[in-house]
Write a protein that binds this ligand. Structure first.
Ligand code: PLP
Length: 435
């Protein structure tokens, strides 16, 4: 048996257990505090500049601290009637109250699940039957697009509404697509690649006027804009913790009272029979803490500051010749977007090459949706907005963490122009030799 942890194990233990000098991971809970955790976040690995928040975000120290007791001391099953179970149940109930505040709904309208993919799949599969018609958009996440493709095999027809060149969905296109058989409209709140915010309130009115159910994939909007399901008038809304500084593998769904949605997973009677499976108590507590912190960040100006930071980054990058913004209107001005995202095309280079070049300089960004990483196909979102394949491939997404700093932006602005220049000098795209 190996007595000493490997370097990888050591760094994992350091991160998870902060500044503990004890080799026993159960004991050092007293050392687990925000300062120590924050310091462990400043390790050399995390000194890199991470601008891929739309792919995922790190847990904030407060989130780790909130979750910790539910792995170790209060590990009970929330369905058990003894004290351990009650402790877990109380935590889940409290988290539900926080999420109800986050959505502006009643506690009973919050369903915990495993994240955005499950929420999206539940909305479509739980409401649609053979013969029904679905309206969604061609710029949705694959969790919606693939669910719609599977439902097509079961006799559910889908209309995919295309965006305008700015990335915005025109609500009148949604209205035009309504048929007598239309049962569900599903539109995202914010696009994961461009950050463009969709006019969900107007679409909510169309849903109400036509008696259609309305689901919102709010995975990329949650924590970046205030969510008010009553104001929007939606029936279903999905979020995911890991996009807002919470843990991976946990999410929540708003399900308006009386919405006849069938559970995707069956088994126990968890979540009022709307989602079977033992609750991920620590994950749910982490999601609630992340939601609480997100509400503070929206109220205390953190998100406004983030928008200014993003704007500075964007303006300076757009000063590089042969670049342009994905997500601008006919007047060239950006349309409404979440605060942390900008998507920019760079002519005469391959986007993936620039992603790699920046990675080597310690900057993490993305050339498309992280969920498609490895795929060489140009982004379906950018193509739907009318970009040609070359320009779509040469587009990069910068998505800032809410903890991003001026120094992060300075660093990116220091290394990016040189990387672009270098790649353009050697690029087969620039030379016109790429097929
Ligand atoms: N919806 C959108 C808009 C997303 O960006 C993502 C993830 O990238 C998902 C859904 C899937 O969420 P999860 O990773 O929680 O399954």
């Amino acid at each position: 048996m190996c007595k000493h942890p490997s370097p990888l194990q050591q760094s994992t233990v350091r991160l998870a257990w902060a500044s503990s000098s004890s080799p026993d991971p159960i004991k050092p809970r007293a050392n687990l505090n925000i300062r120590a955790l924050s310091m462990s976040f400043a390790s050399p690995a995390s000194a890199r500049i991470y601008m891929d928040a739309n792919a995922t975000t790190p847990l904030l120290p407060e989130v780790v601290l909130a979750m910790h007791p539910y792995w170790i001391e209060h590990f009970g099953n929330a369905s058990s009637i003894h004290l351990h179970g009650q402790q877990a149940r109380t935590a889940v109930d409290r988290a539900r109250e926080t999420l109800a505040e986050f959505f502006n709904c009643h506690d009973a309208e919050v369903v915990f699940n495993s994240g955005g993919t499950e929420g999206d799949n539940t909305a479509l599969n739980g409401l649609l039957h053979p013969g029904d018609h679905l309206i969604t958009t061609s710029i949705e996440h694959s969790a919606i697009l693939e669910a719609a493709a599977r439902l097509a095999q079961r006799g559910v027809e889908t209309t995919f509404v295309a965006p305008q060149p700015s990335g915005l969905i025109d609500p009148t296109d949604i209205l035009r697509a309504i048929r007598p058989q239309t049962r569900l409209i599903s539109v995202m709140l914010a696009n994961n690649e461009t950050g463009v915010l969709q006019p969900v309130e107007e679409i909510g009115k169309i849903a109400a006027d036509t008696g259609t159910f309305f689901h919102i994939d709010a995975v990329q909007g949650a924590g970046k804009v205030k969510i008010d399901v009553r104001k929007i008038g939606c029936h279903l809304l999905s979020i995911s913790a890991h996009k807002m500084h919470g843990p991976k593998g946990v999410g929540a769904m708003f399900v308006r009272r009386g919405t006849p949605i069938e559970s995707l997973l069956v088994g126990g009677s968890h979540e009022r029979r709307r989602r079977a499976g033992t609750e991920n108590v620590a994950g749910i507590v982490g999601l609630a803490k992340a939601a609480e912190l997100a509400m503070h960040s929206l109220a205390d100006g953190t998100i406004d500051k983030l928008a200014k930071l993003r704007d500075r980054l964007e303006t300076e990058i757009l000063g590089i010749p042969g670049t342009g913004l994905n997500g601008a209107g006919a007047d060239g001005m950006p349309v409404a977007r979440v605060a942390n995202t900008t998507n920019i095309w760079f002519d005469h280079l391959e986007g993936e090459a620039l992603v790699i070049a920046l990675d080597l300089k310690g900057v993490a960004i993305s050339g498309g949706s992280a969920c498609h990483s490895g795929a060489t196909e140009p982004s379906h979102v950018l193509m739907a907005m009318g970009l040609d394949k070359t320009r779509a491939r040469a587009s990069l997404r910068f998505s800032l963490l809410k903890t991003a700093t001026e120094a992060d932006v300075d660093h990116v602005l220091r290394v990016l122009p040189t990387a672009v220049e270098h790649l353009r000098a050697i690029s087969p795209v620039a030379a016109g030799t790429l097929g």
